[in-house]
Structures are given as structure tokens and as C-alpha cells.
Ligand binder design. Structure first.
Ligand code: NAP
Length: 351
């Protein structure tokens, strides 16, 4: 079956079977059906953070569990949401009900259930800041467990769901905790024009949506999976050496003393905007985004990523880490290994 409409890169991969699960029990039985056929199973939301490198020789299970329940205490809103709900629509729905705190995360593609996996974040707010708990089902046993936000081990674009709970568990619902006293987070440069004293949640929401629409390609028009690489975190001494060579390098100092450097900035400094490999290209506006320009294959995108990885490593000594998850014939593969393997074959891109 064709995977094209199930990944925002709009790649033409194939899977043996694709099924939707609208309940926890359906998820479990589809998973066990795949196991009984000795086939790999892949859980997917809206496919906004995956790269199908090849055809997937297994069963894709689309998490389509819906539902929204809202309760409150004197100071907080408690929001319980099915994992298959659309992330942006949730924010819109909450705003309409006067529940705020997620405006910075507006317009991020994907489902609610995908957000905890990589601790989705934008403009100074991350999933970990709004998460109360995550409900998972153990797909082998059919048992449900609740993890507190602390249990989820959230860190930069990372969580327990990429490690200990990466296999054999599915997120079925997410609980959010939002303070009734709304405080705008305007620390990112793009939001600095807003006045903290007068800004409203709606204004912040509209500003974030406006910025994203102006900078990021719409997956409905050109296939992409948002930021392809994570920002890199390096030691201060290392960042200082980069700063000596590139005084304009934007640096973001972390509380642990390390320094975050934007992947897109490094790729741009390597003059790679617009570079192409086959049907894949580095987006002209935003270098951290790779796009499916013209019937790209998964291999085209990995090769382009590999070329970028090598260029940035040679210029800055920084090894970029993909944020997008790579799916091979039998399931998720090690993205950085896939990229490095192709580096040895001297890939050439066109500009
Ligand atoms: P940007 O605001 O210039 O951010 C570029 C990079 O610099 C990001 O990695 C961001 O870190 C970092 N950064 C910028 N200002 C920072 C600050 N005040 N403190 C700490 N780090 C800072 O431009 P952008 O690339 O359009 O991104 C805007 C926001 O949307 C960012 O938060 C970005 O991560 C997010 N975004 C996410 C995706 C995705 O697919 N996950 C796609 C596009 C944009 P952070 O990544 O930690 O924010």
C-alpha cells in the first residue's frame, strides 16, 4: 500500500498493510496481528517527523485515538487528549475555550501523541513545560500505564519514548496542565516585537502562525518534515573557537554552561541553501529544512543529508544529528549511521 499520503515528505514508499486504530484495544490487536505474521509494525501519527528511506516491509498502524476532556482546579486547567488528535487543532480548540499556554507551539504539524516522543518545542516552550502525564499501552501485554512528566525523561528533542519505551509501547493519550494565570514567553528574537505588557494569547498565537507561515514550507504544498537536524549543543570553549572565526554566529547559552548553535545557521554558512540531490533540496528560505522538490526518493534525502553533514563537520567540526526518524525496510534505523555510511561514497550535490 502507498505511503505517500501518510508522510509529510510525500515520499512514494510502500508498506505491506496500513491500518487505523481508533482505540487502545485496536492498537494492541493490530500490533499482535503483525507479530503473529512475523512482520514488523510501525506506529504512525501524521508522519510529520519520519523519513521512509526504503519501502517498509511491514504493517503501519495509524494512531487515530480521539477525545478531549477538560477539568480544572482553582488555579489550573487539566486537559486529557487522545493521541490521534491533531496538535494545532488542539491549540485552536483550547484558545476558543479560553485555555492558554500553548500559543508558542502553534502550527507544528503532527498529532498530540507524537509530541512527547521528541519533546516537541518552538519559541521557548517545549512539551515538557505543559505536560502533566502521558498514558501508554504495553502492546505485548495490553496493559496501560501512566507516566508523569518527570517519568518521561524529557530533554532537548528527546524523551524516554526514544529510548527505554521506544519499542512495544504506544502513546494512547496525553494530559496537559496549564496555569490559569497566563504568562507570555517572548524570549525568542522573532517574538521580541511583542510587548509583554499588552500582548494577548490570540496575538501571540497569530504572530507565531505568521512567522511559521512566512519561514517554513507548507507540507501540503511541498513535502518536508520541518527541521531535519537538531540544534547542536557544544562546550563553551568550542563555541568560542567558532565565534572567533564567525563573529556573527548566534549562540544560545544553556544553564549547564554549554552553548546551543542553530543547525540552520551552520548549513547556511556552508552556502548550502538550494543545494540538490536528485529530487531533494535544501529549502531556499530555511536551511535546516530539507524538501521533496521533485519526486524525491528517501535515498535522495539521505544522500543530501549526508552531504550537509560532511560539509558542516568539515567547516565547524560539529556532527549534526537528525531530528527526523529514519524508517528502513524493517523499522526505525539509526539515522546518524545511515548518513555516515553514505559519506564514504563522496556524494556530489548541485546548487
Ligand atoms: P530561530 O528562532 O532562529 O531558531 C533557530 C535555532 O536557534 C533553533 O534550534 C532554536 O532552538 C535556537 N534558538 C533561537 N533563539 C533561541 C533562544 N532565545 N534560546 C535558545 N535557543 C534559541 O528560527 P527557526 O529555525 O524558525 O525556529 C523557530 C522555533 O521553531 C524554534 O524554537 C525551532 O526549534 C522551532 N521549529 C521546530 C521545528 C521542528 O520541526 N521541530 C521546525 C521549525 C521550527 P530550539 O530548537 O531549542 O528552539
Amino acid at each position: 500500500m502507498d505511503l505517500r499520503s501518510f508522510n509529510t515528505f510525500a515520499l512514494n514508499g510502500k508498506a505491506r498493510e496500513i491500518h487505523s486504530a481508533t482505540s487502545r484495544d485496536e492498537l494492541v490487536s493490530l500490533w499482535q496481528m503483525a507479530k503473529s505474521k512475523n512482520l514488523p509494525a510501525l506506529l504512525l501519527g501524521e508522519g510529520s517527523n519520519v523519513l521512509f528511506v526504503n519501502n517498509f516491509d511491514g504493517i503501519v498502524i495509524l494512531n487515530r485515538i480521539t477525545g478531549l476532556t477538560i477539568t480544572q482546579s482553582p488555579h489550573e486547567w487539566f486537559v486529557h487528549v487522545g493521541a490521534g488528535e491533531n496538535w494545532h487543532q488542539l491549540i485552536v480548540e483550547l484558545m476558543e475555550r479560553g485555555i492558554h499556554g500553548m500559543e508558542n507551539l502553534a502550527l507544528i504539524p503532527g498529532t498530540v501523541g507524537a509530541a512527547p516522543i521528541q519533546n516537541t518545542g518552538a519559541y521557548g516552550v517545549e512539551m515538557k513545560d505543559v505536560c502533566n502525564y502521558v498514558d501508554v499501552v504495553d502492546l505485548d501485554r495490553g496493559e496501560q500505564h501512566r507516566l508523569s512528566a518527570f517519568d518521561c525523561k524529557f530533554s532537548y528533542r528527546d524523551s524516554i519514548f526514544k529510548h527505554e519505551l521506544r519499542n512495544d509501547y504506544a502513546i494512547v493519550s496525553v494530559g496537559f496542565k496549564l496555569n490559569k494565570l497566563w504568562k507570555p514567553i517572548l524570549t525568542y528574537r522573532d517574538l521580541a516585537t511583542l510587548d509583554v505588557e499588552v500582548v494577548t494569547p490570540k496575538k501571540l498565537f497569530e504572530t507565531v502562525c505568521g512567522i511559521r507561515r512566512s519561514k517554513l514550507p507548507d507540507p501540503a504544498k511541498i513535502g518536508n518534515a520541518g527541521s531535519f537536524f537538531k540544534a547542536s549543543t557544544v562546550a563553551k570553549e568550542f563555541a568560542d573557537q567558532i565565534k572567533d572565526r564567525y563573529p556573527d554566529c548566534p549562540e544560545y547559552h544553556q544553564i549547564d554552561g554549554t552553548v546551543k548553535i542553530a543547525a540552520g545557521w551552520m548549513i547556511d554558512r556552508c552556502n548550502l541553501k538550494g543545494s540538490r540531490f536528485g529530487g531533494a533540496a535544501v529549502h531556499d528560505e530555511h536551511a535546516v529544512v530539507l524538501v521533496n522538490k521533485n519526486n524525491a526518493t528517501g535515498e535522495d534525502i539521505v544522500n543530501l543529508a549526508s552531504f550537509i553533514h560532511k560539509a558542516v563537520l568539515d567547516e565547524f567540526g560539529v556532527s549534526l544529528e537528525p531530528e527526523v526518524r529514519f524508517i528502513g525496510t524493517n523499522g526505525e534505523m539509526n539515522a546518524i549511521e545511515a548518513i555516515r555510511r553514505r559519506e564514504s561514497s563522496s556524494i556530489q550535490c548541485t546548487s
